[in-house]
Ligand binder design. Sequence first.
Ligand code: NAD
Length: 470
Amino acid sequence: MSEQSFLGQVHRAFDAAATFTNHPPALLNQIKECNAVYRVTFPILRDDGTIKTIVGWRAEHSHHKLPTKGGIRYAMSVNEDEVMALASLMTFKCAVVDVPFGGAKGGIKINRKEFSESELERITRRYTFELWKKNFIGPGVDVPAPDYGTSSKEMAWIADTYAQLAVGELNALGCVTAKPIAQGGIRGRTEATGRGVYFGVREACDNVEDMKAIGLTPGLQGKRFIVQGLGNVGYHAAKFLSEGGGVLVAVAEADGALHHDKGLDLQAIMAHRRDFGTLKGFPGAAYLADSRAALELPCDILVPAALEGQITAENASRIQAKIIAEGANGPTTFQADSILHARGVMVLADLFLNAGGVTVSYFEWLKNLSHVRFGRMEKRFEETAFTNVLKAVEDLTGKSLGAERMAKLSHGADEEDLVNSGLEDTMISAWHQVRETWLRHDRKTDIRTAAFISSINKVAVSYQDLGIFP
Ligand code: NAD
């Protein structure tokens, strides 16, 4: 199978993991294959009066749990193979973090920079209509989210279009996640994937034994890291890793890269990019026109957070990072994985590491179905209870906690606190589940294979419970 086929890559990873399970071939095949793919073309009226034919897809990889869930990508690289590969990853990702959804993914083959905002709105609304016509969208059917090239704005258009079609459907807002807050979104979703990457990396770095095995000291503090892609995932991962003590030494974007061994100022870079549309000309850092070369610079952690197929058999042996933290989906090819594993590089696989987005999307979906903001009922009750306890402590000790400490200790959890805490707990327990599987195989498999083994076993249980398979 060629290194180019993304779906082929995912299938190879699946097959490698499947050999470590005892499931019958028919069950493994059912788990591996994509359940449904919808390809659509439709015409769009451009602002200049011409008509453009748009092509898009939605793949629902697994209906073992409903709804299916997965982002929508706007990029010229979108094709059926890519959408099916990404949908498949979503199934196993949801299983890793115990989110009760099957996997899906959608995509439209466009370069969004070539379209005006109103054209993008027409494309998004028409795509939503096409999905609705074929029952490929709905709170109990298939629930999209953002991915490469889309954001909460497109999700708002999708939610609004769906609500107009599904007249009177009480749970209509649950048809898509990562919406703006006023449209039924949840606090903390925008940054969730990057924050989850941080929680996962921090947890992995805290293990003394694992760090020793790759020649690093435990803890994130002082670890030098490189980020590829400064979009939603890359920017937030860089922000939280920096705040957690990591040192950002290089960033790679589509138009070039910046490098400074002593550390880069992320916010200053973002402001420069916003003002000039490029990384070029940023003061106080070396500019590399060959963006991919930045992946090979010295660092402890490399965070690919742009697109798939970035670390291949061609460059894997030159990667200097000891940890690869996959913010993107499929950034490391199957062949590159073997090279990195043989070199003792720790690859924190996408399947686990970038699952923060779907985890918080799950929280948003629950919020939409329950029609109440998390924390709304209990926040004040908790604050009053905490305050009463703290006042009793003050009375008994005769000492005052002071207004600032009292306010901090008596704080009741609001929606954002609960979302971030649920995300942190999910990422930590998912890592320990994957790590246990990895250790059970004496670290002979890589971490991706361990994550696949763990999730294949979970999906298998769903089918076995139906009595279809032994
Ligand atoms: P995004 O569109 O917000 O950002 C992507 C960034 O990558 C952009 O800044 C773009 O300019 C940059 N880029 C494009 N080509 C590049 C190249 N060759 N080198 C360096 N940078 C390049 O997309 P995103 O939502 O951050 O998604 C990025 C990756 O993370 C994708 O693989 C996506 O599937 C994955 N992912 C996203 C989410 C999410 O919640 N958004 C969740 C899980 C996984």
